[in-house]
Design a protein around this ligand. Structure first.
Ligand code: C2E
Ligand code: CA
Ligand code: CA
Length: 698
């Protein structure tokens, strides 16, 4: 037995008292320095620490550091205050493995006449009691806040208790909730793994975690939640519970969004406001610069909006603005942006218009025209019929300006130009661009009457064979412009293809060409001449193309064996069945087909095969450099070989000198066309040329 006799002290010897070892509480005695000099057996039972190793050690070293100051003060007080016979307090005591227990301490000083000789006391283990206290504490917090969503979990996040408000928020009932974790119930998948890892790192380190997350209700609806998780530890510092206080902040978030919307969107039209728009513009300026693609900013101002407001009132003015805002939004591509800068000012930003300035300008002006037309319609709102108009300023951008504000200013300036020009019109900021646009518009106007005024002509370019004999000619369109002289197709062809004028003009070309062929067929010397007519894809795709052609051929009694129709690959790739039928029908009449500009388009062998065309024309782009560019020569040779294998007649375009002709001839080419033979020329001139050359030419 480990009872120790305390020597040198005139105090009772407790070791003889057998009862003392059976007490529930630890009984101890301290010397005047606070070292243990006696401990009953209960010490070992409760703390697990051997008595022999505890004796003579300072009792304070067994008291939890945080509690020591308090204990020392108390001890001092008892020692000094002679009247105070004992003291009673609670503290935490280290037991084996550095664990802590809660004890209630009763301490009595052992005093002789003058001095305190030591203390006698008991430790009473109140840990269990403390636990119950904790439970009570938790329940108290929970009960105090039943209107809040509170969840208490065990250390593994298994739910032990929830407040009614939490059930109401999530829609789960108590049975569904208890024993589950948040992951089982409200996990939305909206937070990534790192979010939960950080959360757990915080709370398992006994720290409070606070943050926002998205969770899911029982009915699947997502909601925003603000959550605070507080770890609850026992006296030994071990986490026993987590208390999560949750708040549904969906409402708060919604109002925040509303505030943001107020900051970035126009409340009337719901379009982005100036601030947001400038941000977007900055971004687009960078992308367009990087991708070397044009963008356009259209500054749209409603003409005379003030008058509408003054005569019909502001609320009707607002109705009008709302209506046109949605009209403009609906008229543009989803990738483009409309914003309202304020009052009667709107902006439209067009992105990715490509690197071809002509095309980009043309597209921007088309959209501008569309908006002008939209805003020039009659609108009915609130029993008012109103036809307004607008003025639009356009600033194109790619490399020129890298400042969004500058672009906006320029478009604004151009808008004033449009106002000055009489409203209901558009202007480009850049005078060169404005000029290009004006020329195009002017040209389009003039083209509208060119046919009537018989300004179109067909020119002819000869085609020769390997014996340098003239075998035929290609008809090429020219426009005898009243001021600009003879214009070539590249100046107006895409325009008439875009506005549909290619159909009547194309009809005229065919008629004119066939009449020419007819005249040749009437002439003894020229009756073997073939004529090649270029057919635009749009023209060829027209339903009645074949019937119109047939009628003309019959009317003129043409021998179709001398007629070539030149198609580009783009004519062949759409509606293959229909195209095949048309080609087959015309072929059955003796007409032959040429594939034009071979090598520049899709250049698919399978087309050549499946359509069984008669002739292949090597584009002059490849012929141009055959003397200097080995790759081009190889390519031309390959095209020739391939064409010959398919039994095709092969014409090289753009032959400009004898060397080119020779090298093409060596490569196996069959026919030639180009400036070396003749530049395209009028009927009279071509006849004179043919006459002078007789056969063979050169
Ligand atoms: P294309 O069918 O490839 O016509 C050949 C073009 O090359 C012609 O240009 C001709 O003037 C030019 N050319 C001929 N030999 C040489 C040469 O040795 N060197 C150079 N640098 N150029 C040469 P053009 O007449 O300006 O016609 C351009 C294109 O317009 C034609 O290319 C054709 O695609 C189209 N086109 C011309 N006439 C008509 C037509 O009546 N109807 C349709 N739909 N398109 C036409
Ligand atoms: Ca051609
Ligand atoms: Ca060609």
């Amino acid at each position: 037995m480990s009872l120790k006799t305390v020597k040198n002290l005139n105090i009772p010897d407790l070791s003889h008292n057998g009862l003392i070892n059976n007490l529930k509480q630890i009984v101890f005695q301290l010397d005047s320095n606070g070292n243990f000099i006696f401990l009953n057996d209960t010490w070992k039972t409760i703390t697990g620490l051997p008595i022999a190793k505890t004796i003579n050690r300072p009792w304070l070293s067994f008291i939890y550091e945080h509690d020591r100051p308090k204990v020392e003060i108390l001890l001092h007080q008892i020692s000094c205050n002679k009247e105070k016979v004992n003291e009673h307090f609670k503290c935490r005591l280290y037991i084996e493995n550095k664990r802590l227990i809660n004890v209630e301490v009763f301490l009595t000083p052992l005093i002789d006449i003058k001095d305190t000789k030591g203390f006698i006391g008991t430790f009473y283990d109140i840990t269990e009691h403390k636990k119950t206290e904790l439970q009570l504490e938790i329940q108290k917090i929970a009960l105090e806040s039943v209107d809040k969503s509170i969840v208490i979990t065990d250390p593994n996040a298994v739910i032990e208790w929830v407040s009614p408000a939490y059930l109401q928020l999530t829609g789960f009932n108590l049975e569904e909730t208890l024993g589950k974790t948040f992951k089982d119930l409200v996990y939305s998948g909206r937070q990534d793994n790192t979010f939960y890892v950080e959360l757990w790192q915080t709370i398992s380190a006994n720290k409070v975690w606070e943050g926002d997350l998205v969770n899911k209700k029982k009915n699947g609806a997502l909601y925003d939640e603000h959550m605070t998780i507080t770890p609850i530890t026992d006296t030994s510092g071990q986490i026993k519970h987590y208390i999560a206080i949750k708040e549904d902040i969906s409402q708060r978030k919604a109002s925040k969004k509303e505030i943001e919307e107020l900051a970035f969107y126009d409340p009337l039209t719901k379009l982005p406001n100036r601030r947001l728009f400038l941000e977007q513009l900055k971004h687009v300026v960078l992308t367009n610069h990087r991708e070397q693609s044009y963008g356009a900013l259209l500054f749209v101002n409603i003409d005379n909006f003030k008058t509408l407001n003054d005569t019909h009132g502001h609320s009707n003015g607002d109705l009008y603005l709302t209506e046109i805002a949605s009209q403009i939004s609906n008229s543009i591509r989803s990738t483009d942006t409309v914003a309202r800068l304020g009052g009667d000012e709107f902006v439209v930003m067009l992105e990715q218009l490509g690197h071809n300035s002509q095309k980009a300008i043309s597209e921007a002006s088309n959209i501008g025209e569309k908006i002008l037309a939209l805003l020039n319609q009659e609108y009915c709102f609130n029993h008012i019929k109103y036809r307004g108009s607008s003025s639009i300023g356009i600033c194109m951008f790619m490399d020129q300006y890298n400042n969004a504000e500058d672009i906006l200013k320029r478009a604004d300036t151009a808008m004033y130009e449009a106002k000055n020009a009489g409203r209901n019109t558009l202007r480009f900021f850049d005078p060169v661009m404005q000029n290009t646009l004006e020329q195009r518009i002017q040209l389009e106007k003039e083209l509208g009457i060119a046919q009537e005024k018989q300004e179109f002509k067909l020119y002819y370019q000869l085609i020769i064979n390997n014996e340098q004999k003239i075998v035929g000619a290609e008809a090429l369109l020219r426009w005898q412009h009243p001021k600009q002289g003879v214009l070539e197709p590249n100046e107006f062809l895409s325009l008439i293809e875009n506005n549909g004028m290619i159909i009547p003009i194309g009809d005229w070309i065919i008629k004119e060409g066939l009449e020419q062929l007819h005249r040749w067929q009437q002439s003894e010397t020229l009756k073997a001449m073939t004529l090649s007519i270029n057919i635009s894809a749009i023209q060829f795709q027209k339903e009645n193309f074949v019937s119109k052609l047939k009628t003309l051929i019959n009317d003129l009694n043409i021998n179709c064996n001398n007629l070539f129709l030149e198609l580009t690959e783009s004519s062949l790739i759409y509606d293959i069945e229909n195209t095949t039928n048309k080609i087959d029908e015309l072929k059955s009449m003796g007409i032959r087909f040429s594939i034009d500009d071979f090598g520049t388009g899709f250049s698919s062998l399978s087309y050549l095969k499946s359509f069984k065309l008669a002739q292949l024309k090597i584009d002059r782009l490849f012929v141009r450099d055959i003397l200097t560019d080995q790759d081009d020569l190889t390519l031309v040779k390959t095209i020739i070989d391939m064409g010959r294998n398919l039994g095709l007649d092969i014409v090289a375009e753009g032959v400009e000198n004898k060397q080119q002709l020779q090298i093409l001839q060596t490569a196996g080419c069959i026919k030639y066309q180009g400036y070396w033979i003749n530049k395209p020329m009028s009927e009279d001139k071509i006849h004179a040329l043919i006459k002078s050359k007789e056969t063979p030419i050169h």
